[in-house]
Design a binder for this molecule. Sequence first.
Ligand code: PHE
Length: 457
Amino acid sequence: MALGGETSRHGMWSSRWMFVLAAAGSAVGLGNIWRFPFIAGDNGGGAFILVYLLCIFLIGIPIMMAEVLMGREVRKSPINTLRKLVTVSKASPAWILIGWMGVAAGFFILSFYAVIAGWAMDYVLVTAQGTFVGVTGEGAAAVFNSFLESPLQLMLWQTLFMVLTVWIVARGVSGGLELAIRVLMPLLFILLIVMLGYAVTTGGFGQAAEFMFRFEWERMGVEGVLAAMGQAFFTLSLGMGAIMAYGAYVPNNASVPGTVTIIALLDTVVAIAAGLVIFSIVFANGLEPGQGPGLMFITLPLAFGQMPLGTLFGTVFFVLVSFAAVTSAISLLEPALAFLVEEYNAVRSRVAISLGVITWILGLGTVFSFNIWADVHLVGERTFFDLLDFLTNNIMLPLGGLLMGLFVGWVLPRKLLADQLEMPSLWLNIWLFLVRFVAPLGVLTVFVYTLYRAAMG
Ligand code: PHE
C-alpha cells in the first residue's frame, strides 16, 4: 500500500484520463505556443530542436515518471512528499530542498507567465475588433509594440489573469477545473490543425520545415544547448513539483509509464505544430525567425489578417491560448498551495488569494521590463524578465530535475519504484538507468559545458 494511503486530502482526479488531461493541461501552455517557437527561432532552429527532442525523451519522460510516482506514493504536497520519503528511506533531510526550490521556481515562473498570458487575453479583444484585417508585418509589429509601452494596460491584463487563476485554484481539484480542461483542450487541438492547414497554403511551409528540421550545428550557439534543455523541462512542467503535486491525485489504477508517455507526446506534438505554423508565416512574409518574445504576437495576427474568417479564427485562437495558460498557471501554484493547506490546516481559497497577491507583485517586475525598466540590465544584457526566465528555465528547473533523478534513482528503494511503475523488469532497468545516470549526467554536462564555454568567452 502507498505510504500516504489511497486518496489525497486535496481531492483526486476522477479517472486516469482526467489525470492525462490535467497534466497535459499543465504541460501544454505558453511554453508550447509562445515560448518554444521564439526560443527555437532565437537559437537557429534545427539543431536546437534536435537537442530539445533528445532532452524530452531521454530526460523529460523518465523524470516525469519519477515525479508522478513520488506524488502518488505519498499523496501530499511536494515538500511533504519529500519529507516523508526522506524519513522512510532514512536519507538526508537536505533532499527536501528540492521541494522548496520548486516552490520558489513556481512563484517566479507564474509571475511572468501571468504577464504574457495577459498579452494573449488582450489579443482576444484586439483581434475580435478586426484590428488585423489586411495588416502588414510592420503594422502587426506596431500594434504589439505600442501595447507593450503601456504598463497600465499590461497590468490590467496581468491582474485579470491572476484573478482567473486564483479563482479556479480556490475551487479545488475537481470543482470546475476538470470540466474546463475537458472542453478546452480538444478545441485547442482542432484549432491548431486548422492553423496548420492554413500554414501549408502560405508558401512558407517548406522553408519552415527546413528551418526546424535541418540540423545545422553552426546556427546554434553554446547557450542554445542550455536553452533547449531548459525548454524541455519548462514545457513538460518538470523540475519544480507541479507534476509531483498532480501525481498525488492520480488514482491507483492508472499506469504511470503509459499516462506519462501520452502526456509528453501530446505536449511535443503541440509544440512542433505551433512551430510549423509560426515559421510558415514568418517565411511567407519575409520576417525574421529570431524575434524574441514578440514572435507569436506579430506572426499570428498577420496570418489571421490574411486568411478567410481570420477575425473569427484569431479570436477563438487567442481565447484558447489564454485558457491553455490558465490550466498551466494553476499547476504552478499547486505545490505551494497544497503545502500551506497541509501545514496550517488553512482554507484553500484564502491561501490561493495570498499566494496570488505575492505573485502579482513580483509580476510587476516583468510588466516594467517591457517599458519603464526596458533599459535596466541585470547580469549581462538581461532585463528583469529575461533574468527571471533564464534563472527558472535554464537553471532551477533542470537542477530540480537533476536532483529528483538522483533522489529517485539512488535513494528510494527499488521495491517502491517497482510497485508504483508496474513495468516488466527490463523496462524498469532501462528507466532506472535513465534516471540514475542519463538525466543527472545530461543536465550536469550541459551546465558544465555552458559555464566552461561562457568562461572561455
Ligand atoms: N508547461 C507549461 C507551459 O509549457 C509551463 C509550466 C512550467 C507549468 C512549469 C507548470 C510548471 O506553458
